[in-house]
Design a protein around this ligand. Sequence first.
Ligand code: CAP
Ligand code: MG
Length: 402
Amino acid sequence: MKDLTATYFFKAKSGVTPEFASQAICEEQTTGTWTDISTVNQSTEYVHTYDGEVLGVEPFNDGFITRIRYPYEIFEPGNVPQYLSVIAGNLFGLGKLEAVRLLDIDIPKELAGSGAKFGIDGVRKLGGTEKSRRPHIGTIIKPKVGLNPKDTAKVAYEAALGGLDLIKDDETLTNQSFCPLFERLDAVMDSLDKVKHETGKKVLYAVNVTCGGDKIVELAEKAVRAGANMIMVDVLTAGFSAVQALASNPQISVPIHVHRTMHGALTRNQSHGIAMRPIAKLVRCVGGDQLHTGSISGKMGGKADEIISDNRAITENFFDLKPVFPVSSGGLHPGKVAAEISGLGREVVLQAGGGIHGHPKGTTAGVIAMIQAMDAALENIPAAEYAKTHEELRLALEKWGN
Ligand code: CAP
Ligand code: MG
């Protein structure tokens, strides 16, 4: 079927039946409005081809769940901003609803787009883990902002020496005057070249190109020409179409790391907003290669079962779109690696900022401790046991526990 089906949770205002409420969502997002209109008449009957359909309304917790079929024809294929105006538009403000949350979307092939250039396997090939399929280990340059390019490169050098797979800018670091993007990029790539020379390890550096829609493609193209081997975009602040423009651009021949900062304004409230699932599915459609989907044991409040099913949604077969590498991050440290791997499996990027740069022996030791924790988890050895013969892990557990 070419139509798109959306699933919502909602609470209706008192006196409003659930049937009326779900029909109100359906009409508002397709051909209706709050009253009947003279412009829909005998001569324009054909517009009803574009009506939506309520597929059902069932009680759920303190509200209801409804599934709505939106006809394929009301979408402009490839125009993801317009998709969102339909599935996540005016409905959130409807007065008849107390609350409404977009839980999931089933996207037909005709609207799915072509997805990521690299996907999990492409990124693994770059990191040399296509055989082991072990989790990737990443860090975020910390402090979040403030370091000059030279000191940023120093942190990157020390992190890369530890043997990790990925270093990224933090979500608020872009092209500020204290750390101009191209000075930072040159300095960090020089550091990574040095580490490649010294250790043979190739490390990806996701430089944050988040900026206005009129500049982001040119900025990313310039970054790739300047030697970037990965770029990063904050999808909710820059926009899905920004990711799409980068992913579909043949000049930008590097993976895209997608950060989801601001998602909490949408995903956190279990009764109102947009769950991570539809966001994650749309990131897959527009071509993100890696996506933050939450950590089970970290500092953000993600629910394990939601994260696990969100990760499944971006890695399971979805027409011919490549699977997206889920990123577990936020408050992670070596003591939490085992919980993340047992909950999320191996097809995941485990990322730590404070949990690496806050290691008692510094950044390189922090990376080594994360890798030791991963090795222990993959061999089903308790971290505390493994720490008896691995100093960096022992010191991390001593400082932060499990
Ligand atoms: C983690 C992080 C990430 C969060 C985002 C931060 O740093 O860099 O942005 O992981 O959350 O700024 O908090 P720490 P999520 O490792 O020091 O916590 O991945 O859930 O979108
Ligand atoms: Mg961050």
